[in-house]
Unconditional design. Structure first.
Length: 678
């Protein structure tokens, strides 16, 4: 190049621009204050239905308009779907001028940064990422290599081990502490679990792989051990914004502290009243302690609700006011008034199911509500078992959000498989499922054992005999012996046509232990099975019970084909746990099972912190409703061990003041015709 040649500097950064956005017109006063004034450390307490996503999007637009480059903004969300939606809406709002914005989940951002800078901590940029299935397979290999003194049949399954190790990482607590608090039934395995955890970490390192948790752990390591890169990132990300901050864990909280340490421009948006995920290692302290963690932090409140009527918000506001650890706020409705929420007292879960099913059909027929605009919410899945059967009988199509129908769940189907072969000894599918629950018996030997049974002429008593299957390999005979113990218990003469007693025998003869060692949400599944026993008590014969429990469901189970959803009707009622319902809304919401010991959960009663989280769960349920809210209190229930139990109302209902709901009592008439959905 000659000395006289001219040099031209190409500036690729976004230039300030003037948009046509009228912020004062597009936003309410509280949203506008955040969008235009949230510099420095800021906590935005965004109440339910207050438009927090819209506020974040306009905040990004405002910063870009003021000359901040897209790559200088970090917007962290909790799901990939939310990230895509925000990115799309920002680009639409600014007509494509937001290209380069760093928007994604913590794990997504961590992956990008480790690819760029990981070599500074010895991490090659071609590292692999283990998805949950890959991670589980590697844990399984580590168990086989590290746990030599424990038989596979007695050691927790890889998915359970994986859950323990992951919780320990995200909560930054020792494995022993996690087990003793959350998995006490695994206490005897603590030394083995610690060895597996060490082996798992070493094998990931050796194979150049990271799992999802490592994306956060190694990102923190990068920030701690490479100060030049930390300084570069804190300079680059001049504005850090985090959505759903009440759901962050210890690792995520620390990452935001590190990234914002140079400039202090950190904007976190969340609602402490909707912090309900401590079982995933979320820390409500992160949002409650924000003002103390960041000097000079300012707090904005967004209390204008665009979802629910005043009557629904009054009830929700009075409920959450009972929590001591919170930022007080009062949601105000921007909708027309509606009916008061209804507290419906019913005799028992059966009458609860009858009322809810009938009222849903009436809302659909008489008020024109699409079924998809109606939801039934519950604290635990077992509370909906009776309702699912009633909906099926009345022809009401429904889907279970975030899960599968009660009688299609693996643990319920496992127990029913034993009862099915008792009722129909020729049921080859039931034989196979029940047999393969026992160690050493795979599909091939299950078929062989079924063939041996047929050679006996179809005599179940012959299968229970000591000499049955004597020529099978030793490892298969061990599993067959445990199967025989269950079968002998079921063949007792005094249990026949007592489906509740038969179900109880399956649980007591090994299946309860199977659940504890094979499912990471074991306690929830055991509650389901206790309810299955109680439910079975209402039937006079085993065949009647099995007909209701299995006939309609077709045993599709947890292996539903990917295309099965296409066969379902478009307009379906939604059944959901409250945890799965967060962030969603419906015109009418039924909250069932509002009885003491059921909601709040019995295990939460010993801790004020847990009681407050349960109350937040009730608050989330109430604020899902836009127009109508029904709170269901079954006044009695049957318990297999205690008989008929009087259900006091949930404390969250009992503490509500008069005037925030109408009380309804049900009269059941045999003369009235059952309403079906045409």
């Amino acid at each position: 190049m000659s000395e006289s040649a001219r040099k031209y500097v190409l500036r690729t950064g976004a230039l300030p621009f003037t948009s046509s956005i009228d912020y004062a017109r597009e936003l309410n006063e509280q949203q506008h204050a955040v969008v235009t004034g949230a510099d420095g450390p800021c906590l935005v307490l965004a109440g339910a239905g207050s438009g927090k996503t819209r506020t974040l999007i306009f905040r990004v637009a405002y910063l870009l308009e003021k000359g901040v480059r897209p790559e200088e903004i970090l917007l962290v969300t909790f799901t990939n779907k939310a990230a895509r939606e925000m990115q799309s809406r920002v680009e639409s709002l600014l007509q494509g001028r937001a290209k380069g914005l760093w928007c994604g989940t913590f794990h997504h951002i961590g992956n990008r940064l480790l690819r760029m800078y990981g070599k500074a901590i010895g991490l090659p940029d071609d590292f692999g990422i283990l998805d949950e299935e890959d991670s589980r397979d590697l844990v399984k290999a580590c168990v086989k290599a590290s746990v030599r003194t424990v038989a596979d049949a007695k050691f927790p399954k890889p998915s359970v081990v994986q859950s323990v190790l992951s919780f320990a990482i995200n909560a930054q607590r020792p494995v022993a502490d996690v087990v003793l608090k959350h998995y006490p039934y695994l206490a005897s395995f603590i030394p083995d679990l610690e060895r597996v955890g060490s082996a798992y970490k070493e094998r990931k390192l050796r194979s150049n792989n990271l799992d999802y948790d490592d994306l956060l752990v190694r990102w923190i390591e990068l920030m701690d051990k490479a100060p030049d890169i930390r300084e570069r990132l804190t300079r680059q990300f001049r504005y850090c914004m985090v959505d759903e901050y009440q759901d962050t864990n210890v690792l995520q909280h620390r990452l935001i502290r590190l990234l914002s340490s140079g400039h202090g421009n950190v904007l976190v948006v969340g609602d402490d009243a909707q912090s309900i995920y401590s079982f995933r290692a979320a820390e409500i302290k992160n949002i409650l302690d924000f003002p103390g963690d960041y000097a000079g932090a300012r707090i904005f409140k967004m209390e204008h609700n665009y979802r629910s009527t005043r009557q629904i918000l009054d009830l929700a506001n009075h409920s959450i006011a009972n929590n001591a650890r919170q930022f007080p706020k009062t949601l105000k409705s921007h909708k027309e008034d509606g009916p008061l929420p209804q507290l419906v007292r019913v005799r028992d879960p059966r009458q609860e199911a009858l009322f809810v099913a009938q009222r849903i059909i009436e809302l659909h027929r008489e008020s024109g509500y699409p079924l998809s605009e109606i939801a039934v919410l519950f604290r635990a899945h077992y509370l909906a078992a009776q309702l699912e059967l009633e909906l099926a009988k009345r022809g009401v199509p429904y889907l279970v959000r975030g899960g599968i129908r009660f009688f299609e769940q693996a643990h319920v189907k496992d127990v029913l498989a034993y009862l099915r072969l008792l009722a129909n000894p020729s049921d080859e599918i039931a034989w196979s499922r029940a047999l393969m629950l026992h160690p050493g018996i795979g599909a091939g030997y299950a078929d062989r054992i079924y063939d041996l049974y047929r050679e006996t002429g179809g005599a179940l008593q012959a299968v229970a005999a000591d000499d049955f299957g004597s020529k099978l390999p030793t490892r298969v005979k061990d599993g067959l012996a445990s199967f025989k113990r269950v079968l002998r218990a079921l063949l007792r003469a005094d249990l026949q046509d007592h489906p509740d007693l038969l179900t109880e025998q399956v649980l007591e003869n090994g299946y309860n232990k199977h659940v504890l060692l094979n499912f990471d949400n074991a306690q929830d599944r055991l509650e389901d099975l206790r309810q299955l026993v109680n439910f079975a008590h209402t039937y006079g014969t085993l065949k009647e019970f099995l007909a209701d429990a299995t006939l309609r469901e077709g045993f599709k189970g947890e292996t539903l084909a990917a295309g099965a959803a296409a066969e379902e009707p478009d307009d379906q009622l939604v059944l959901s746990t409250i945890h799965q319902a967060k962030g969603l809304e419906w015109r009418a919401v039924f909250v069932i099972g509002l009885a003491e010991g059921q909601f709040p959960h019995a295990k939460a009663m010993d801790s004020e912190e847990q009681i407050e989280e349960e109350r937040r769960l009730f608050y989330v349920a109430a604020t899902r409703a836009k127009d109508e809210l029904f709170l269901m209190h079954p006044m009695t229930r049957f318990d297999f061990n205690a008989g008929t139990v009087i259900n006091r109302p949930s404390p969250f209902v009992a503490e509500l003041p008069e005037g925030v709901y109408d009380e309804v009592e049900i009269e059941e008439s045999d003369e009235e015709e059952t309403i079906y959905l045409d």
